[in-house]
Design a protein around this ligand. Structure first.
Ligand SMILES: [Zn+2]
Length: 104
């Protein structure tokens, strides 16, 4: 009787470990490690795999870079300047506006 319970608990623990290791695959995905872990735990890793494959790589759509745009001439600089160097040459002083640009 007791051996039965030990085997059962062992199987459950093994299942959780397998699901946990499987969820590590989602670290760089949109779905995330924790969400995939819970989906796989309750709906089996087969369903989890479907979720994993349909979620995109995180870096592709979340990578942004800070740039500085001149609202006057529209030029975008990668380095911060006090005033737009191009407009300054022509005698105007325009401050640069920090913007987040999406990189692909
Ligand atoms: Zn300018």
């Amino acid at each position: 009787m007791e051996t039965k319970y030990i085997v059962l608990i062992g199987v459950i623990l093994l299942y959780i470990v397998v699901v946990y290791l499987f969820s590590l695959l989602a670290v760089k995905r949109d779905i995330g490690k924790r969400r995939l872990f819970w989906i796989s735990l309750f709906l089996t890793p087969v369903i989890g795999l479907a979720f994993l494959l349909s979620s995109q790589h995180r870096k592709l759509n979340l990578y942004t870079e800070k740039r500085f745009e001149c609202e006057e001439c529209g030029y975008v600089f990668s380095e911060p300047h006090e005033y737009c160097p191009f407009c300054e040459k022509e005698g105007h002083k325009h401050t640069l506006k920090p913007v987040n640009m999406y990189m692909t």
